[in-house]
Design a protein around this ligand. Structure first.
Ligand code: NAD
Length: 292
């Protein structure tokens, strides 16, 4: 039976450590990092995320600046706000919550964010730096997944990692991060032939698909480490719902060596890594050393 990778506990430890480092930064340099979060529209899930991000930002001792705009906001007005946040010397991180309403070109907005303040790591310059080995800001969810892997396995060098999913926010940056750790990396996606056979070769399997319990026992090499990024809400009886991952936990856990649960695995790491990125951005752009 696999041992459980407790992302909730790991994220709490990471936040405690961040709080100490932020206090040191305030004490030594008189700097309080600030994160600006922009929410356009009323999407209920986005509202919950933004509320949680703001609360955790304040909890670790940083400033949270929230901009809530109506769904009718024009692209021009949003770009103006991003430009103002770019120009504001007190703002260290800018996050525009996705998804944006259909009339707004999300790529244009993400590309307008100053790459030095791009704490989501979605700007093409930061994606390029990740791919070319430079120092940029790395997308939070794959960064969190990597932290869990390194904490559990130590060196990942030479291991075969299979990433299922090739989105710009999870799959692709996850593959780049694993490549940077000297893994042999395979990306499996919706057009891959015999995805299960490819996954059975994985020492590390990362699932980022968005299909409830798609990955079953016949996708797993015994002894593999399984990281489940998927968050899927499924209907139960009597109108009740439940969160499940992309991995069929009950059948995969007996085969794997280590596995993340859903919820409580990768999910809690995302905001913790957002805070981590905000501290990193604050120190880099202000030219001060990151506190230990
Ligand atoms: P996405 O829809 O952008 O990408 C899904 C990817 O899965 C695509 O690249 C596609 O090629 C691949 N795919 C689809 N069907 C497939 C199949 N049958 N076989 C193999 N590959 C297939 O999704 P995303 O934004 O990358 O998110 C993936 C999952 O991770 C979702 O469940 C999402 O909710 C979750 N997620 C969690 C966090 C977090 O933990 N905080 C953050 C982001 C996303």
């Amino acid at each position: 039976m696999a041992s459980i990778i407790d992302g909730k506990a790991f994220a709490a430890t990471l936040r405690t450590h961040l709080a100490r480092r932020i206090a040191a930064l305030r004490h030594d340099e008189n700097i309080t990092p600030a994160l600006a979060v922009v929410l356009v529209g009323e999407d209920p899930a986005s509202q919950v995320y933004v509320r949680n991000k703001a609360a955790q930002t304040v909890e670790v001792g940083m400033r949270s600046i929230e901009h809530k705009l109506p769904a009718s906001t024009t692209q021009e007005a949003l770009l103006e706000l991003v430009a103002a946040l770019n120009a504001d010397a007190e703002v260290d991180g800018i996050l525009v919550q996705l998804p944006l309403p259909d009339h707004i070109d999300a790529d244009r907005v993400l590309e307008a964010i100053d790459p030095a303040k791009d704490v989501d790591g979605f700007h093409p310059l930061n994606a390029g730096r990740l791919a070319t080995g430079g120092t940029g800001l790395v997308p939070c969810t794959p960064l969190g997944a990597l932290m869990l892997l390194k904490d559990r396995l130590g060196s990942l060098s030479g291991l075969h990692a299979v990433v299922v999913g090739r989105s710009n926010i999870v799959g692709k940056p996850m593959a780049q991060l694993l490549l940077r750790e000297d893994c042999t990396v395979t990306i499996v996606h919706s057009r891959s032939r015999d995805a299960a056979a490819l996954c059975r070769q994985a020492d590390i399997l990362v699932a980022a698909v968005g299909r409830p319990r798609m990955i079953g026992a016949d996708w797993i090499k015994p002894g593999a480490t399984v990281i489940d990024v998927g968050i899927n809400r499924i209907a139960l009886d009597a109108g009740r719902t439940k969160l499940v991952g992309d991995v069929d936990f009950d059948v995969v856990a007996p085969l794997a060596a280590h596995i993340t649960p859903v919820p409580g695995g990768v999910g809690p790491m995302t905001i913790a890594c957002l805070l981590h990125n905000t501290l990193t951005a604050a120190c880099r752009r202000r030219g001060v050393e990151l506190p230990n």
